[in-house]
Structures are given as structure tokens and as C-alpha cells.
Design a protein around this ligand. Structure first.
Ligand SMILES: [Zn+2]
Length: 406
């Protein structure tokens, strides 16, 4: 078959536009639940017959189904509702925090269908152990999936600085990880022939909160993720600020107390995470050095709730530093919302008066007019949900191509 020289270029552009439209429609349904053809046409700026054709392709591929909307609408033909086909296409998502390892099978549409969880010991550089546990969980989840279902991607969250593209953990100070090939090793041990993209836990948490959590509909938000330290995700104009090398938003290492600050795991002093992280709170509450972890932290919060003055003072102290950090960030980025996730979900309610006081005192009046403060809408799963969305990214970019390869 011979093709005139100009034809492939035009054909390619049309093919790219078509692929983009198929992916965009799937993304609307994946994020929005059931969406009518009429709404899809409006959101995508396409006519209804194009929407019908795109939906038919996704439906024939098994990714979506159509149904009549519940109840009787206005006179005339009701617009069909498009929804994901449940429990068919899925991703395996992995979340590595300092104290826990989580793996989940997450269906198209975002539902967590199955999950496994294990405690992670604070035992230093532990790549082999982490990969072994997650690969075992991943294979179990894959084998337990319905026989006709299909795995369309993998995604992982790690509590460290991640090189984009190959899942290399460049620096994870809490466990002493330096240049550990986490994504490549996990992919190899899973043996599914699918690469594992990896993201920084707070970057993924921010994106998950924007897509499915407290920040839905917001284009500008800040997410602070407390683990042992504090990670951050900043979304500006709908996009994550990842920086020149992908290592941006390290809000936890913003220096807030340079003169007599506590030592930080990064080697500096007075970083935000050194002043508000797990150890800072436990030390301020007079807890022994051999006590750590989320339960120890919650015990301080519970004691403060019960009126224990030392625990209350510890929360006030941490809350003041947290407020100083957040006030600086609001002045810089004018976010519509600041979201506290991970262990900061537990800390924030007791620290809120100090945070609000710092915002009232230190933030320029017009920058604080509209900012809302919230704990994460996805609970402790912000990072896991973010990892799942990372796993779905390839499918959203080219649904039919990914299915053909799956
Ligand atoms: Zn630091």
C-alpha cells in the first residue's frame, strides 16, 4: 500500500487527537463516577455523536458500560449514563511509609478492591525486605483477582526523593536509603512484565487529595504529609510543582528555627520537620526516647484531649512551629486549601489554635482571605490512592493501546 507523503502526518495528528479524546473521556468517568453523555459532551467540548462513538469504543474494549439514568427525566430520550465497568480493569498500588507497607488492588474508578498491609521495622536500609514483602502481596492480590479481570498498571509511593522516570529512590533519610533502585527491583520481583513508576509520598498525596479527597475542584492547594518527618506537595494552577529534577516541595526541610533548632535527619538544624515531626512532639511531651510510632503519637494527642497539661503544651509548641511554616507557605503560594495528612491528621486538631493564630498574625490579609484548613479527605490512604493514580496514568493516556498490550 502506498501512501502520499502528506497523508501520514495528517493521519498521525488525527490518531493522536482521537487517542487523547478516548483517554480524556475515560478519565472523566474514572474520576467522576457515572457521568451522562450530555455532561461529557459539555466538559469535553465535543458533540454528542462524537461522545457516543468514543463511549462505544471504550465499551467494546470492556472499560466502561452505559445505562439509563435512575428515575425518569424530562420528556424525550434521556442521556445515557457512562460508568466504569466494575471489578475488571485494575492497578496494583504500593505504599511504603516509615512504619508500614501497603499493597492494594484498585479498580478503574478508584475503589480499593483488596489490600494487604504489614508493619515495617525501623531497621535501616531495607530494600530487599520491602521489595520482598510488596512483591509477595502484589502476586497474592493479582492471583486473587477475578479470572477475566486485567491488570493495566502498577504504581508505588515511597517516603523519599524519587528520580522521575525510573523509580530510583535518591534519598530517603528516615531509613538511610541512598540511590536504591526500588521501582526496578519491585517490577522485577513482581514478574508481571510491567514497570513500576514511583512517586514521592507527599507529591502523590497532594494529587490524590486534589483528584479524590478534600481538595476536589481546587487548582491551588498545599498538602503536608506527616510520617516521621514532614513531606509536602504544592499544586499551583492544577499542576504539581515538582521542580527541575523532580525533587521539589520538600516543605519539611524549610528552615524555620535556624539558631537553636532541633537537629534534622537531613543533617541541618531547625527544619520544619525537626520542629513538628514525630520526635519533636514525643520529646516535648516528655516521652522516653525508645518510644516512637503512630500509636505513641496518638497517645500524646489522647492525653491532651483528656486535659494532660504536658501533652497540651507539647501540641501547642508543635502547633506554633507548624503555624510558622504554614504561614510562610500561604504567603508564598496563596493556596485555596491547606491539607494535613498522615500523622499530621492526628496532630492538627490539637494544634489548630496555634496554626490559626500564626496565620492571623503572619499571613498578609488578602492572602489569607479564602484559605481553608482541612485534614486529608482520604484518611491514611492519600498516598496509596496517589500511587494507584500513578498506575492508571498510562491507561488514561492511551486506553486502547494499554489494553492491547495487557
Ligand atoms: Zn531537614
Amino acid at each position: 500500500m502506498s501512501i502520499a507523503p502528506a497523508t501520514p502526518a495528517i493521519g498521525m495528528a488525527q490518531e493522536q487527537i482521537h487517542r487523547h479524546n478516548v483517554g480524556t473521556l475515560l478519565r472523566h468517568v474514572h474520576l467522576g463516577g457515572s457521568v451522562s453523555r450530555a455532561v461529557l459532551a459539555e466538559r469535553m467540548g465535543l458533540n454528542r455523536s462524537t461522545i457516543m462513538a468514543l463511549t462505544a469504543e471504550l465499551s467494546a474494549a470492556g472499560l466502561v458500560c452505559e445505562e439509563r439514568p435512575a428515575g425518569r427525566g424530562r420528556a424525550g430520550r434521556p442521556s445515557l449514563v457512562v460508568r466504569v465497568r466494575p471489578n475488571w480493569a485494575y492497578v496494583l498500588a504500593f505504599d511504603v511509609a516509615v512504619d508500614r507497607l501497603v499493597a492494594a488492588r484498585v479498580g478503574l474508578g478508584g475503589a480499593v478492591l483488596d489490600r494487604r498491609e504489614a508493619v515495617r521495622q525501623r531497621a535501616g536500609a531495607d530494600l530487599d525486605h520491602v521489595v520482598e514483602v510488596l512483591a509477595r502481596f502484589g502476586r497474592q492480590l493479582h492471583e486473587a483477582a477475578p479470572p477475566d479481570s486485567v491488570c493495566v498498571g502498577l504504581g508505588a509511593s515511597y517516603c523519599g526523593m524519587i528520580r522521575p522516570g525510573d523509580g530510583m529512590v535518591r534519598f530517603g533519610p528516615d531509613m538511610g536509603w541512598v540511590d536504591q533502585a526500588f521501582g526496578a527491583e519491585l517490577s522485577r520481583r513482581l514478574g508481571l512484565g510491567i514497570p513500576v513508576p514511583v512517586g514521592n509520598e507527599a507529591h502523590l498525596g497532594a494529587q490524590a487529595e486534589q483528584l479524590r479527597g478534600a481538595g476536589v475542584g481546587l487548582e491551588n492547594l498545599l498538602y503536608l504529609h506527616g510520617d516521621v518527618g514532614v513531606g509536602g506537595g504544592i499544586i499551583v494552577g492544577g499542576k504539581l510543582l515538582d521542580g527541575d529534577g523532580g525533587y521539589g516541595c520538600e516543605l519539611g526541610h524549610m528552615v524555620v528555627n535556624p539558631y537553636d533548632g532541633r537537629p534534622c535527619g537531613c543533617g541541618s538544624h531547625g527544619c520544619l520537620e525537626a520542629e513538628v515531626g514525630e520526635r519533636a512532639l514525643l520529646d516535648a511531651a516528655g516521652r522516653p526516647a525508645d518510644l516512637w510510632g503512630r500509636d505513641a503519637l496518638r497517645a500524646v494527642v489522647d492525653d491532651a484531649d483528656r486535659g494532660d497539661e504536658l501533652a497540651r503544651e507539647a501540641l501547642r509548641r508543635v502547633g506554633d512551629w507548624l503555624g510558622i511554616g504554614v504561614a510562610n507557605l500561604i504567603n508564598l503560594f496563596n493556596p485555596g486549601m491547606v491539607i494535613f495528612g498522615g500523622m499530621l491528621r492526628d496532630v492538627y486538631p490539637g494544634a489548630a489554635p496555634q496554626v490559626r493564630h500564626r496565620i492571623a498574625t503572619n499571613v498578609l490579609p488578602v492572602a489569607r482571605e479564602r484559605v481553608r484548613l482541612r485534614t486529608s479527605g482520604l484518611g491514611d490512604d492519600s498516598t496509596l490512592v496517589g500511587a494507584a493514580e500513578l498506575g492508571f496514568a498510562a491507561l488514561m493516556a492511551d486506553p486502547l493501546g494499554v489494553l492491547a498490550r495487557a
